[in-house]
Design a protein around this ligand. Structure first.
Ligand SMILES: NC(=O)c1ccc[n+]([C@@H]2O[C@H](COP(=O)([O-])OP(=O)(O)OC[C@H]3O[C@@H](n4cnc5c(N)ncnc54)[C@H](O)[C@@H]3O)[C@@H](O)[C@H]2O)c1
Length: 465
């Protein structure tokens, strides 16, 4: 089946929703307002189960999660694992057998002819060099987000992908979610009118949520290859915190923006078809996790998306609070002139609020301050001009869409990747998409550090002065 018709079938399947609640009788007002709940139809198809052998570079938390998910795709086999910490190499041998090929040097993996694809799940600073080296060695690449650590690295990655003819998928798995595909479809169908705002929140309230992952008690310059770890950046003195809590340090990490804003941006770009914002502003503070980190634990961003062939102009607000008394919350809301698409995980709810055709008159208005005679006259004119129906807000039912229990967007993301490897087809999140999400995210750090608005050309993918 051609890629286009596969995609069409896929979208049709998503569209073919099953009604969970019985059709709501509109006998009472309460019933009319009752949300309709629909289960998203889901059927995962793969093109074939031809064998694909993968190597994993970076076998930390996400390396484990990525590999476990990748191995659920039929035909995918593990060929080797690379990591810089001895404990994780040991863990790889314990989990996958003592005969597994393991190394501290990722180039050893790339040199192996029995490896078709690599999963790069290292610290962000290494993504760029590893992508270039892997593509040059003819490997397909699944690389974690953010695709690059510096904005200046994006173009070289896009060029390398184009030149290589290999598949490159960036790992913001939400863009493969059937819930996100539904949101995209609803937005395009005008379900919430014209989009004008996206509000995105990713709050947490725990030490692990703030990236204070447990540091192994055997961490030392012998068990960690510190010199290789920092090879991709400036020289730094050995510091196990920077090795295991790297996200919180600007020398080796990308903070809240590279870790979390990027998910919110990738999802937004997928749903709106956007190429990106034209201006980016961010501010932050270190409120609570004063553990040596030098990037904020409370951060907000505001981005202006221009009017474009893909969408009307809209603003995006982003918020992360790592010491939030809410206990933590995750929201991605698309606000339009006639309603809201509220995404929670892979599920979504659409609520409507539509303005009446007639303008307002009376109530909290200036009318009651006029003379009685004028009030009466103007009321009569208003009533003559507008019908009762035109004065009322049109009603439209809310809708809830849910994914089936156990649904995994991550598995869909890997299925898309391996399908593209097998068929030469396209992936949902290639280097260009990955860079268009990474650049505005990384610009938030630039904006925060330089205290200025960053101007970006989303079409040409270039910083503007
Ligand atoms: N898609 C998602 O939802 C998601 C979730 C978490 C993390 N991530 C991304 O995954 C990546 C890894 O995050 P993590 O939480 O697993 O971090 P982690 O610290 O748990 O693991 C990173 C591993 O990379 C290894 N490493 C670093 N440099 C290396 C090198 N030169 N050669 C070989 N190995 C090297 C380290 O030894 C470490 O074990 C990051 O880019 C992060 O942004 C994505």
């Amino acid at each position: 089946m051609s890629e286009k018709s596969t995609r069409r079938n896929f979208l049709q399947k998503i569209g073919a929703t099953t009604l969970v609640s019985a059709a709501t009788p509109l006998a009472s007002l309460a019933a009319a307002h009752k949300a309709e709940e629909r289960m998203l139809f889901y059927e995962r198809k793969i093109s074939s189960a031809d064998k694909i052998r993968v190597g994993v570079i970076g076998y930390g938390v996400q390396g484990h999660i990525d590999l476990n998910t990748a191995l659920k795709v039929p035909g995918v086999e593990l060929a080797g694992i690379c990591d810089l910490y001895t404990g994780r190499i040991q863990n790889a041998l314990e989990t996958h057998g003592k005969d597994l090929f393991v190394t501290r040097n990722y180039k050893d993996l790339l040199d192996r002819s029995d490896i078709d694809a690599v999963i790069i799940a290292t610290t962000d600073i290494w993504h760029y060099q590893m992508i270039l080296d892997a593509l040059a060695k003819g490997k397909h690449v699944y690389v974690e987000k953010p695709m690059v650590y510096k904005i200046g690295q994006g173009k070289a990655v896009i060029d390398a992908q184009n030149k290589s003819g290999k598949v490159l998928m960036v790992g913001s798995q939400r863009v493969s979610s059937i819930g996100y595909a539904k949101a995209k479809e609803l937005l395009a169908a005008g379900e919430i009118g014209n989009l004008n705002m996206v509000n995105a929140v990713y709050d947490r309230q725990s030490s692990i949520g703030a990236w204070e992952y447990t540091i192994p008690k055997d961490a030392s310059p012998e068990t960690l290859d510190w010199e290789t770890f920092i090879e991709a950046t400036n020289k730094l003195a050995y510091d196990p915190k920077k090795f295991f809590w790297w996200r919180a340090f600007k020398e080796v990490g990308t903070g809240v923006a590279g870790d979390l804003f990027i998910h919110l941006l990738s999802g937004t770009h997928f749903i709106t078809n956007s190429l990106g914002p034209e201006s980016i502003y961010s501010t932050g503070q270190l409120s609570y996790w004063k553990d040596g980190r030098n990037l904020p634990d409370v951060m907000s961003g505001v981005m202006q998306y221009p009017d474009s062939p893909e969408h009307p102009s809209f603003q995006m607000t982003l918020q992360v609070n790592f010491v939030s008394g809410t206990g933590g919350q995750h929201a991605l809301k698309f606000v339009g002139s006639e309603g809201v698409i509220d995404i929670q995980g892979n599920n979504l709810k659409v609520t409507h609020s539509i303005m009446p055709e007639a303008p307002g008159f009376g109530g909290y208005d200036s009318v009651f301050t006029f003379s009685e005679k004028l009030q009466k006259e103007m009321q009569a004119e208003y009533d003559a001009k507008w019908t009762e129906a035109q004065k009322r807000r049109p009603e439209k039912e809310d809708i809830v869409f849910k994914v089936p229990q156990g649904y995994s967007d991550h598995l869909d993301h890997f299925t898309n990747f391996f399908d593209a490897v097998r068929t030469g087809g396209k992936v949902v999140e290639d280097a260009t998409f990955g860079f268009r999400a990474a650049a505005p995210s990384l610009s938030c750090n630039e904006s925060y550090l330089q205290k200025k608005i960053i101007h970006w050309d989303p079409v040409k993918m270039k910083l503007k002065s």
